[in-house]
Design a protein around this ligand. Structure first.
Ligand code: ADP
Length: 610
């Protein structure tokens, strides 16, 4: 196969073309040359013989004119012919008289033919027509057949026709010479062919070498290697081609580098985008997906690559690829039900100039927080209206009853009025709480912090509650070591009051509230655990008690005067102190509220400085 490839190569083809050209050229020249040469040489030969014949004719005429004795004449003619006999080109010269009797012959071996009749139609024809004739015939003289030119020439004197000169000449020698020349010609052609093949090989090499170089370079380029350059061998068209080729590969290299850097830039933009991006092929199979999209989906790259996009986004029932175009409205989808992530999804199509769709791009914008805020806002408005409507409706009905005459009834009027007052107070409390929250939300309420001895601070609060709640057992587990913390005492008092009130409110029978204070010096934090033995909170609701308006048992807590805002306010306050508040509860056994706050480590020296 390799030799076949070599045979098909440009190099071999060029050499073959050279050789063919030389052969064709030589053939045409040879044909024309040998033809002309043959013509020329045979012409010269024939003219030469004809001249000899003419001289013989003249001599015979003279012999006839001078002599009258037949025997003498025959002798003289014989002598004349003998003179010509040793000429190279002459084979035989005969003189035949008008009766076609051979008078003399130059050829020794044919002397016996003298005085015999020559039976030759050509001689007869020449004598009867008195016209010369000639022809080339093949004759064998014992050395194989050879070409012989026979010329008949009638001899006429003033007395009339006297005979015919018959000449057999060796025209074969002309053809021998021609074949020698042909031989030389063939050898010359052979030598020139060898030289042409060698030269052609080198000349073709000068043409094919740069082309082969460029071919190799193109193969390299197709593999992505643009760094190599082709050697320029000269200023001719091939040199220019090589130069243009080098420029081209340089351009391609630059363009490639540009595309690469552009791609890298785009990659980095896509990777660092705060929105999720998914790009697919024209069949909707995921090809590119950025980290944000993976995070939103809660999946890994391996999970989704090559998977149909609608399978990943769970949209098979809602959309199909054919419906997608650039004007698609955005969709809100639950992209990750486990983590509750909601995203706004926008599709765009990648369309080629020809209108052929190349792929699709999906942009995912995380709107979970936005949606949550929106929902909370709606719930808040609904809650506030509901909370206000309940006391207002109840007040309205009591006032109506009073209006309709109940005010006169001393037994029920004061009771009605006291309910009305209670409801008004509840509303005032609610509105105050709301105001408080709103201030905290807007950060308009300043937290004025001061360094406080926390043990003293909490003991004071417990003492106050102990005074008013005589039946309740208050347990203190507070370290003796002083803990300093930087807090707003009024606000934190409000938090502890709220937690303690709840502990008392949601306990029945023998009430017991424990206070456990822990101090973590390394982390500079203190933790207070306020534990009650009350009704507890169902496990699934423990985390929600810090939400606004949340109450485990709405009807009962409302009766107890709760607004459902106390813990929400507490949470805001604690968080404003860089602290954390959470609950732990076992239903029917009791609840623990944990509060952690940052605390100060005050060295002895600090006091001295003050
Ligand atoms: P409220 O004014 O209704 O007490 P909070 O925000 O203080 O509002 O409390 C929210 C809800 O958490 C309460 O309605 C109650 O159901 C529950 N809760 C709070 N503290 C306790 C506790 N110590 N024991 C049981 N339930 C509690």
């Amino acid at each position: 196969m390799k030799w076949l490839k070599q045979f098909q190569s440009l190099h071999t083809k060029l050499v073959i073309v050279y050789v063919l050209l030389i052969i064709i050229g030589m053939q045409i020249i040879g044909l024309y040359f040998t033809n002309s040469l043959e013509k020329e040489m045979t012409e010269t030969f024939k003219t030469n013989i004809a001249q000899n014949a003419k001289q013989i004719e003249l001599s015979i005429e003279r012999i006839y004119a001078e002599g009258n004795n037949t025997t003498n004449t025959q002798k003289e003619i014989q002598n004349l012919l003998n003179e010509y006999a040793n000429r190279n080109e002459m084979i035989e010269i005969r003189f035949i008289d008008t009766d076609q009797i051979i008078v003399a012959t130059s050829k020794q071996s044919n002397r016996h033919l003298i005085n015999q009749k020559a039976n030759d139609s050509a001689i007869q024809k020449a004598l009867s027509l008195r016209q010369s004739n000639s022809e080339v015939v093949l004759k064998d003289y014992g050395e194989g057949k050879q070409r012989v030119w026979i010329k008949n020439m009638p001899v006429t004197t003033s007395k009339g026709l006297i005979g015919n000169i018959y000449i057999e000449s060796n025209i074969n020698q002309v053809y021998d010479q021609l074949s020698d020349i042909n031989q030389i010609f063939i050898v010359g052609t052979g030598i020139s062919l060898i030289i042409t093949v060698i030269l052609g090989f080198f000349i073709a090499r000068t043409i094919t070498k740069p082309i082969t170089d460029m071919r190799n370079q193109t193969v390299e380029m197709s593999k992505g290697n643009y760094t190599q350059r082709v050697k320029i061998y000269g200023n001719d068209e091939i040199g220019e081609l090589a130069l243009a080729f080098n420029n081209l590969s340089k351009r391609v290299q630059e363009a490639q580098a540009n595309t690469e850097s552009e791609k890298r830039r785009l990659d980095s933009v896509i990777r660092h985008m705060s929105d999720g991006v998914i790009a697919t092929d024209r069949r909707g199979r995921i090809k590119i997906i950025n980290d944000m999209a993976l995070k939103m989906l809660g999946k890994t790259k391996e999970d989704v690559e090559g998977v149909f996009i609608f399978d990943v986004l769970d949209l098979n029932d809602e959309l199909s690829l054919d419906e997608l175009n650039d004007n698609n409205e955005s969709l809100l989808i639950d992209i990750n039900e486990e983590d509750g992530i909601i995203a706004r999804l926008n599709f765009s199509t990648i369309v080629q100039n020809t209108g052929f769709v190349n792929g699709y791009i999906a942009m995912l914008h995380d709107v979970t927080e936005q949606q949550q805020i929106e929902r909370e806002r709606r719930e808040f408005v609904a809650n506030v209206s509901h909370e206000l409507r309940t006391p207002l409706t109840s007040m309205n009905s009591y006032i109506e009853a009073l209006e309709q005459g109940a005010w006169k009834d001393e037994s029920i009027a004061p009771q009605f009025l006291s309910v009305t007052r209670e409801e008004t107070e509840r509303m005032i409390r609610l509105v105050n709480d709301l105001l408080h929250l709103s201030k905290m939300d807007n950060k308009s309420e300043q937290v004025t912090k001061e360094i406080v001895d926390f043990n003293m601070f909490i003991n004071k609060i417990i003492n106050r509650h102990e005074m008013s709640e005589k039946e309740t057992t208050f347990v203190r587990d507070i370290p003796s070591q002083t803990i300093f913390t930087e807090i707003d005492p009024d606000k934190m008092t409000q938090v502890f009051d709220n937690v303690i009130t709840n502990a008392l409110k949601y306990s029945r029978g023998e009430k017991r509230v424990e206070f456990h204070v822990k101090h973590n010096v390394t982390h500079r934090r203190l933790t207070v655990r306020i534990k009650d033995n009350g009704i507890g909170i169902p496990v699934n609701k423990v985390d929600k008690i810090f939400d606004r308006f949340f109450r485990v048992d709405k009807a009962r807590t409302r009766k107890m005067g709760g607004t459902g805002l106390g813990l929400a306010i507490s949470k805001e306050i604690v968080e404003a102190h860089n602290g954390r508040i959470w609950a732990n509860s076992v239903e029917g056994q009791g609840t623990s509220i944990f509060i952690t706050l940052p605390c100060e480590v005050i060295e002895d020296g600090d006091w001295d400085a003050n």
